[in-house]
Write a protein that binds this ligand. Structure first.
Ligand code: AHR
Length: 497
């Protein structure tokens, strides 16, 4: 009942794009207000950014942060959040049924991102606004000087353009929950014209077409195909989103769900390539998987019972060990498709659907999946290697032949190898043998294990270190083999040097 991986130095998937270590920040609930920004908090700096939260976001080494939405974008007026704060309008924000004070806008996010060391992927509203407003936003953010919008930015204290390179052309416009929902064809046309206009203002930008919001949308992949057919020549990425959950409280079934992620990415890639062939285009379009995570309160209507509050606590799910493993499976799917997934943003960064939790006026702590992403971001860089896997299997409620082992492997620029491996079994340790081909004289530098006694174990403000990774795995080299025992329900990071 052993699992096996074969790694060959010559068998690579591709270089891993740095932009797959991305995240997402939306003015939703307490992600921004009470999360990264809380003027008056004892740990806030002079701009109101919480230093204690930055201490938790920085180690994640997020390369690219998508902003500001999300569903929020469908009625987003980007101009509301610029200029003197006291003059900014309050709005009824319909997506999250909250009051938006606009105290944190484009420029505040630029400042915060610099502190955090991440770039920004900006999003324009093509659901309820048009091409010209999208172009104005590019002019404000990226045009050097001497025009209405660029000079306005300079008058706001930002002499240098923000120079944002990646631009999302609205969000999840396939969804019935979106104000301004469109068909693939109607959306593809406006996205094409917006992208055209935006690129005429700044030829360096890359644009992201909003594709399906979930693999379970009936319109996937026909919506994506229709939107791509209208816009293929003018855009650079197709965005897709996915959230998985454990509504049936069935851990083995939940942990199999990243199999859907892999299939979803491959189907979206095939759809892109079909439209490329159909339109006889030479343009290369890749995937921006710019929202994904586990999410349990997704269908919870109660969140809208108490409307029109400022930064209410919304979507603050309890995240546990099993979520850390389910997320791990989604991250491995990104690595396995690294040849076409160039952007990936875990959703979201703080409080909402997030693994960093804060208390207003109080502390900040992290939940178990935080460590899954941290280790992925730290060791998942370089080249993605082909992992030929054989593993014992199980059947679950919705899946058959689920391998107990899920794995991916990377090699960094120094030649160090990392094997990421999940043991999905709720019962048994899984012995793993990795055969190394073409990797000579390597030793095990460390074998990090994230696990706990119970799949529902988690961290709290009172007990913030209950589930943390430990350097206590037993991986060892035996000739050209790495032998390890993967504890039941564990996320393993085996480092070879
Ligand atoms: O991340 C929460 C929401 O999930 C986003 O606003 C939306 O894009 C998705 O449906």
């Amino acid at each position: 009942n052993k699992a096996k991986i074969v790694l060959d130095k010559d068998f690579i998937i591709s270089k891993i794009d740095e932009k797959v270590f991305g995240s997402f920040v939306e003015p939703l609930g307490r992600c921004i207000y009470g999360g990264i920004y809380e003027p008056g908090h004892p740990a806030a700096d002079e701009k109101g950014f919480r230093r204690d939260v930055l201490e938790l976001t920085k180690p994640l080494n997020v390369t690219l942060n998508r902003f500001p939405g999300g569903n929020y974008v469908s009625t987003f007026r980007w101009e509301d959040g610029i200029g003197p704060k006291e003059k900014r309008p309050r709005r009824a924000e319909v997506a999250w049924q909250s009051i938006e004070t606009n105290q944190f806008g484009i420029n505040e996010f630029a400042d915060w991102s610099k502190l955090n060391g991440s770039d920004v992927m900006m999003t324009v509203n093509l659901a309820t606004r048009g091409v010209l407003e999208a172009m104005d936003c590019v002019e404000y953010c990226n045009f050097k000087e001497g025009t209405y919008w660029s000079d306005l930015r300079i008058s706001h204290g930002y002499k240098e353009p923000h120079g944002y390179r990646y631009w999302c052309l609205t969000n999840e416009i396939d969804g019935v929950w979106q104000v301004g929902q469109k068909t693939g064809t109607d959306y593809g046309r406006i996205a094409r014209e917006a992208s055209k206009g935006m690129k005429l203002l700044d030829e360096n930008i890359k644009t992201v077409l909003a594709g399906s919001s979930s693999p379970s949308q009936d319109s996937f992949p026909s919506f994506d195909a229709a939107a791509l057919e209208e816009s293929y020549e003018f855009i650079d990425y197709l965005s897709i989103h996915q959230y998985i959950g454990n509504a049936k409280n069935d851990t083995p079934n939940y942990l199999a769900k990243p199999l859907i992620t892999d299939k979803y990415l491959k189907t979206a890639i095939a759809t892109i390539d079909y439209i490329k062939a159909k339109t006889k285009s030479k343009n290369k379009v890749n995937i921006s998987f710019d929202e994904f995570n586990t999410w349990h309160s997704i269908a919870e209507e109660a969140r809208f019972n108490n409307k029109w509050r400022i930064a209410p606590p919304l979507l603050e799910d309890e995240y546990t060990l099993e979520d850390a493993l389910a997320l791990g499976g989604m991250l491995l799917a990104v690595l396995k498709n690294a040849d076409r997934v160039e952007i990936a943003c875990i959703s979201e960064l703080v409080n909402c659907i997030s693994h960093i939790r804060t208390r207003n006026g109080g502390g900040a702590w992290v939940l178990p999946p935080y460590y899954t992403f941290l280790l992925f971001s730290k060791y998942g860089r370089g080249t993605s290697l082909v992992t030929s896997i054989s593993s014992p299997k199980y059947d679950s409620t919705d899946f058959t032949d689920v391998p107990y082992l899920d794995a991916a492997a990377t090699m960094d620029d120094n030649g160090d190898v990392t094997i990421f491996a999940i043991n999905r079994s709720t019962e048994e340790t899984l012995p793993l043998e990795t055969e190394l081909r073409g990797f000579e004289n390597y030793r095990v530098e460390t074998h990090i294990v994230l696990t706990s006694a119970n799949p529902k174990d988690t961290n709290t403000e009172e007990c913030p270190n209950y589930v943390t990774p430990k350097n206590n795995g037993d991986a060892q080299i035996d000739g050209n083999k790495v032998l390890a025992n993967l504890p039941r329900l564990s996320w393993n990071v085996i480092r070879l040097q």
